[in-house]
Design a protein. Structure first.
Length: 580
C-alpha cells in the first residue's frame, strides 16, 4: 500500500481498478523479432501507416469543409500527411525492421524521434515547433500499430480510476463518463481544464501527484480521495473498508444539504439576496443544475462543442446546442461565452511558443472571423427564443472589446436587413480575466453591459503562474493580495457604472472564499453545480454585516496564506456540520 498526496480538485471518493493512460512519447520497450517474423511486421507497419494517413485525410477534410481553407488547422494536417506519405520515412522504418529485426513500434519511435531531435536542435523556434509534429505523428502511428482508433484509446471497458501523467481536456471529454470513477494525474493545477471538467462531471479528482505512475500500476486498485487530495495505491482491506464507509457518509451529507437548501434562495441571515448560477460545459448538463439549486447558467464554455462533436461546429450545431440549453432553462438566463479556443483547449489549432499569451480566444476569433460570425448568428437566432447573454473572453483592452462588439453590430445589421428575429436588448458583457482589463475596468464598464470575473486566468496572468503547472501550484492563489485588489477594483468600477459584476472562475466555487465574496459585495456568482448546495447553506448561515467585516479584515492582510487560514477558520465556524 502506498499513499501519495496532490491537489484535491474535485471532491468525493472513488475506489476501483486502475486504468493507466500512457502519455504521448512514452518509452517503447525494445524487443527484437525472430527472422521469420520480419515480413509480417512490415505488413503490420504498412497497415498502420495506411490507417494513419486515412485518419489525417478525414480530419483535414472536416476542418477544411467547416472552417474554410485559410484555417491553419488544415495546414497542420497537410504537413502531417506529407510526412506520412514521404517514401523516405517508410524506407527507413522498413530497413530497421528488415535489417535489425526491430519491432514496428521500436522502428517508428527510433526514426521519428531522430527527425524530431534534429529539428529541436536547429535553434529556430519555428523548426522546434515542427519537432512537435513528429511527436504527434509518432503517437498516431503507435496507436494504429496497437490497433486502436482515437476513440478506442480513450474507451474504458470497466468502471475504473483513470491514472495519467496529464490529461488534455479533449481526452477527458472523450471518456465514457459512466466508466470513470475517479481521476488522478501527476501534472496539472486546481484550475486546469481537466480539473474543471472533473468537477462538472462530479468525478472525484486529484492532480499534481508526484510519483503516481510508478506507484499506481495497471491491474491494481486505487482509492482517490478528491476531498483530502490523497491517492492510495494497492490499499489493504482495512483501508478499503474505512474509505467505503467515508464515501457513504459524504454521500449522506451531500443529499441532506441538497434537500435542505435546494429550492431555498441564497439569502443571508440579514436579508441580502445572491444569485447562484452554474458553469456548464455541455448543454445536456442543464436539467441537472436545478437539482443542485442553480438559478441559471452564468458561464457556458462553448469551446467544448469542438471536443464532443465529430466535426467542428457550424452555425446550426451552435444553434442546436443553445436551444437545448434554453429549453431546459425554461426562462432562466443563459450566459454564452464566445469560443475560448487555443492554449490548452484545442491546442494544435495554432502551434505557438507561448499559447496562453498568443492567439487564444478573441484573438483567434479575430483571425477567423467566419468562425466567430457563425457563432454570433446562432446566438442571435437563439436570443429570440430565450433569455441569452453574450460574453467575450480574454478581453485585454478597450479596442478588443469594441472590435468584438462591432462584429455583433454587423451581424445584427444583417438580421435587421433580412427581418430575422433576435433580442435587440441582449446584454453583451466582458470577462475580466486579464489584469489589464481589471485596471481599466472603469473604461470597460462604460461600454460593457456586465462583467464576469474569470479568476482562473486572472490569477495566472497577475502572478505569472501557469494554472496547469503543478511545480508552481504553491504560488497560484486567488487569495493573493494583488488578485484581491484587482477583484475589488473591478467590483467598485462596475458598481459605479451600474452594471452587474459576477464571478465565474473557480474561486467562486470554493466554499472557503464565500464569506469574502459575499462581504466584498458580489450579488451573483457562477460555479460548478455540485458545490452550490454547500455554498448556499453557508450564505444562509451568515449575516452580510459580519461578512463585510471579515472581507475588510482579509483585504488588510498581506499574504495569501494568512488570508486563507483566516477564511478557512471563519468558514468552519459558520457551518461546522459541513466539515464534521
Ligand atoms: C476563468 O479563466 O476563470 C474562466 C472562467 O475561464 P476558463 O477557466 O475557461 O479559462
Ligand atoms: Mg479563462
Amino acid at each position: 500500500m502506498e499513499t501519495l498526496r496532490g491537489s484535491a480538485v474535485s471532491p468525493g471518493i472513488a475506489i476501483g481498478p486502475i486504468f493507466l493512460i500512457q502519455p504521448q512519447g512514452a518509452r517503447i520497450v525494445r524487443k527484437f523479432l525472430m527472422p521469420d517474423e520480419v515480413g509480417h511486421e512490415v505488413e503490420r507497419f504498412d497497415r498502420a501507416l495506411a490507417r494513419a494517413r486515412a485518419e489525417i485525410d478525414r480530419l483535414g477534410e472536416h476542418v477544411r469543409g467547416k472552417l474554410g481553407e485559410e484555417y491553419k488547422v488544415s495546414e497542420i494536417f497537410m504537413v502531417h500527411l506529407a510526412i506520412l506519405q514521404d517514401p523516405k520515412l517508410r524506407r527507413q522504418v522498413v530497413a530497421l525492421i528488415n535489417n535489425r529485426h526491430f519491432t514496428a513500434e521500436h522502428a517508428v519511435s527510433e526514426i521519428l524521434r531522430r527527425y524530431g531531435k534534429s529539428l529541436e536542435e536547429a535553434g529556430d523556434s519555428y523548426l522546434q515547433q515542427r519537432g512537435k509534429d513528429f511527436e504527434d505523428i509518432e503517437h498516431r502511428l503507435q496507436r494504429n500499430l496497437a490497433g486502436q482508433t482515437p476513440e478506442e484509446a480513450a474507451r474504458l471497458q470497466t468502471p475504473s480510476v483513470v491514472v495519467a501523467h496529464d490529461l488534455m481536456p479533449s481526452q477527458t471529454v472523450a471518456f465514457d463518463k459512466e466508466k470513470v470513477l475517479g481521476i488522478a494525474t501527476e501534472a496539472g493545477g486546481r484550475t486546469s481544464h481537466t480539473a474543471i471538467l472533473a468537477r462538472a462531471l462530479g468525478i472525484p479528482a486529484i492532480v499534481g501527484v508526484a510519483g503516481l505512475r510508478s506507484a499506481a500500476l495497471p491491474g491494481g486498485v486505487a482509492i482517490v480521495d478528491g476531498t483530502q487530495g490523497i491517492v492510495i495505491a494497492a490499499p489493504d482491506e482495512a483501508t478499503l473498508e474505512r474509505y467505503r464507509a467515508r464515501s457513504r457518509t459524504i454521500e449522506g451529507i451531500e443529499e441532506r444539504t441538497a434537500a435542505e437548501v435546494g429550492r431555498l434562495p441564497a439569502v443571508t441571515r440579514d436579508g441580502r439576496r445572491l444569485t447562484l448560477e452554474a458553469n456548464i460545459e455541455f448543454p445536456e448538463e442543464v436539467p441537472t443544475i436545478f437539482q443542485h439549486g442553480a438559478e441559471g447558467v452564468g458561464l457556458y464554455r462553448t469551446e467544448f462543442l469542438y471536443h464532443t462533436a465529430e466535426n467542428p461546429p457550424d452555425e446550426d450545431a451552435h444553434f442546436q446546442a443553445y436551444m437545448e440549453a434554453i429549453r431546459a432553462l425554461n426562462g432562466r438566463r443563459l450566459t454564452v461565452r464566445v469560443l475560448d479556443l487555443g492554449a490548452d483547449k484545442f491546442p494544435n489549432a495554432f502551434p505557438e511558443r507561448n499559447p496562453f499569451l498568443g492567439c487564444r480566444s478573441m484573438r483567434l476569433m479575430r483571425l477567423y472571423p467566419q468562425v466567430f460570425r457563425s457563432q454570433l448568428r446562432a446566438l442571435l437566432r437563439a436570443s429570440a427564443l430565450g433569455k441569452v447573454r453574450l460574453m467575450f473572453p480574454m478581453i485585454a483592452n478597450l479596442d478588443e472589446f469594441r472590435e468584438a462588439r462591432n462584429m455583433v453590430r454587423e451581424v445584427t445589421a444583417e438580421f435587421d436587413a433580412s427581418g430575422e428575429a433576435y433580442d435587440k436588448s441582449m446584454p453583451v458583457g466582458s470577462m475580466i480575466e486579464v489584469p489589464s482589463a481589471a485596471v481599466i475596468a472603469d473604461d470597460l464598464a462604460r461600454e460593457a453591459d456586465f462583467f464576469s470575473l474569470g479568476t482562473n486566468d486572472l490569477v495566472q496572468y497577475t502572478l505569472a503562474v501557469d494554472r496547469d503547472n503543478e511545480h508552481v501550484a504553491h504560488l497560484y492563489s486567488a487569495l493573493d493580495p494583488a488578485v484581491l485588489r484587482l477583484i475589488r477594483r473591478t467590483l467598485d468600477e462596475g458598481r459605479k457604472a451600474g452594471i452587474e459584476v459576477s464571478m465565474c472562475g473557480e474561486m467562486a466555487g470554493d466554499i472557503n472564499n464565500t464569506i469574502l465574496l459575499v462581504g466584498l459585495g458580489f450579488e451573483s456568482l457562477s460555479m460548478a453545480p455540485s458545490v452550490i448546495p454547500d455554498i448556499k447553506k453557508l450564505i444562509r448561515s451568515i449575516a452580510w454585516e459580519d461578512a463585510r467585516r471579515i472581507a475588510e479584515k482579509a483585504l488588510a492582510m498581506h499574504s495569501a496564506r494568512e488570508i486563507e487560514a483566516f477564511l478557512v477558520a471563519e468558514t468552519r465556524r459558520a457551518v461546522p456540520d459541513l466539515f464534521a
